[in-house]
Design a protein around this ligand. Sequence first.
Ligand SMILES: Nc1ncnc2c1ncn2[C@@H]1O[C@H](COP(=O)(O)OP(=O)(O)O)[C@@H](O)[C@H]1O
Ligand SMILES: [Mg+2]
Length: 248
Amino acid sequence: MGALLIADRLTKNFGALRVADQLCLSLHTGARHAVIGPNGAGKTGLVGLLSGTLRLDAGSILLDQRDITRLPPDARVRAGLVRSFQVTNLFPNLRVRENMFLAIAAASGQCGSIGRAAGRRADLLVATDAALDRLKLLPLAHRRLGEIAYGQQRLVELALTLALHPRMLLLDEPAAGIPGNETHLLLDAIEALPADLAFLLIDHDMQLVRRFARAITVMARGRVLAEGAPDDILSDPLVRAAYLGAGP
Ligand SMILES: Nc1ncnc2c1ncn2[C@@H]1O[C@H](COP(=O)(O)OP(=O)(O)O)[C@@H](O)[C@H]1O
Ligand SMILES: [Mg+2]
């Protein structure tokens, strides 16, 4: 079985700053892959490069052997590569389901048609409610987003991505802001998703990473510092030093 995603020598500069420096990454179908590293390592930059919101200076990206390097973000979404949404980009006064319609339409490049009849598009309704149901959020579909618990709002973000029929999900700090004693809800939700869905997850919470990941990439200064099985990576002194910001 070949890799689902192959990122080859991704390079991106912001002026003199290298956010990605010959970064290589490979993920298989069903991967549970975590990316960790100190603040400013380029983790969010990597998500931007993979999802197409940041333009590469050099390098290439293959998704299922298809070169998507030059595809715009909405075309990558339609190809199955989906990044998490930020709850801050959603609308607290709109209902959960309405937020889903708008975000799905925007991410998949259907804004033109959605403007006319968001709630009447049968395909969107089906995809939306199936995704909400999968995360046990259907009873909240009619609630205003701002009224439900923060942890549930973050699950709505996850539901949004599911409704886009991903083959690979990029989750950038999905547990940020969720109280520690509720992060298990997110992990439970992820574990209940189809096994062939591939995940790239970024998080600072090592307990969460340890429970989630089957492979870990450590980034520092736009480069891959180390990669391997969680037990090896998390006990590596070099990694620990770099993660604390004292790396080579
Ligand atoms: N749009 C931008 N313009 C200039 N510098 C940026 C931009 N986005 C991020 N950076 C810088 O790139 C580096 C990597 O950022 P980021 O990928 O957000 O790191 P991480 O997510 O690992 O904390 C940081 O030094 C950050 O300040
Ligand atoms: Mg970040």
